[in-house]
Ligand binder design. Structure first.
Ligand code: GLU
Length: 294
């Protein structure tokens, strides 16, 4: 018998901000089947940190759709909204290390700065998702100016000072990417967190960002294998950096193919015709859905 610590731990971590589609079915099934094949544990995590977009009926639909597909997971299910203190503690550690700063610049202001710069003929750098990088204006404010921002009552976000953080992380950063089977060789992928600029780690309307909560949760839950879609491949660079800064263990990663819609784009939660519930309602069986995606 393997010791409990040697048992692989997989997780599927959807956000309840819409109905699950075929892409989620693929991700859930791949995780579940890898866990089963490896004699590992399969966890379901509800990533409901963004309370402005998450709704209880979508959470109920996640349970229903996954159970209908034949997936079984451990109880209790971790909900991010119930662990805000843990993310806050991680942010405090980064504050104590001097690696984060408060920023009041809104999305609109950032956009205006980018438009103005590009009007001068300079292309503005963009992150791997295509979003213009934050211009970094508030990065070098004095401690007094920072205190004034926080005291001003304006909504603000905590941003990671990427340059400092990368320096602090020191040795070269990489992650281990495995093939479609945990038995396959892993390859080392160089992480490039700087491509994301000064990412947000928390904001007034969402006390922890996706990046911060996902690395904290994977560590808290002892996740050994992070299996998720290719759309999150580049985000892994930021996750490895945060793991290094917070001294968290390093999982193995596998980024699987995405299911694309007829327009060649990845499916979205608003495209109801590819929703798992819609197929169920139309009389499809779980085997039919699997045949469509596997
Ligand atoms: N909650 C994320 C999503 O729904 C997935 C996070 C992850 O697997 O790391 O896209």
């Amino acid at each position: 018998m393997p010791s409990p610590s040697a048992q692989p731990v997989f997780r599927f971590a959807p956000s309840p901000n819409g109905l699950l589609h075929l892409g989620h079915a693929l991700s859930g099934i791949i995780n579940y089947e890898m866990a089963t094949a490896e004699g590992g544990r399969f966890l379901l995590r509800i990533e409901d940190i963004d309370q402005t977009r998450c709704r209880p009926e979508f959470e109920r639909a996640i349970f229903e759709d996954l159970a209908w597909l034949g997936l079984r997971w451990e109880e209790p299910v971790r909900r991010q909204s119930e662990h805000l203190d843990v993310y806050a503690a991680a942010l405090e550690r980064l504050k104590a290390m001097g690696l984060v700063y408060p920023s009041v610049m809104t999305r609109g202001e950032i956009k205006a700065a980018v438009v103005a710069a590009e009007a001068e003929g300079e292309p503005w750098p963009r992150d791997p998702d295509g979003t213009p990088l934050y211009p970094g204006r508030e990065r070098d404010l004095s401690p007094d100016q920072q205190v004034a921002i926080i005291a001003s009552g304006r909504p603000y976000a905590w941003r990671l000072d990427m340059e400092k953080a990368v320096k602090h992380a020191d040795a070269s950063l990489a992650w281990r990417e495995m093939g479609p089977s945990p038995a396959s060789e892993t390859s080392l992928v160089a992480a490039d967190p700087a491509a994301w600029g000064d990412v947000i780690l928390s904001r007034s309307d969402a006390p922890s960002s996706y990046h911060l909560s996902v690395v904290v949760d994977d560590a808290e839950q002892g996740v050994t294998h992070v299996v998720r879609g290719r759309d999150l491949y580049h985000a892994t660079s930021v996750h490895r950096l945060l793991q290094r800064l917070l001294s968290l263990p390093e999982p193995i990663y596998h980024h699987h193919r995405l299911i694309l819609g007829p327009d060649g784009r990845k499916l979205s939660k608003s495209s109801e015709d590819t929703g798992i519930a819609a197929f169920r309602a139309a009389g499809y069986t779980p085997a039919d859905v699997r045949a469509m995606i596997l």
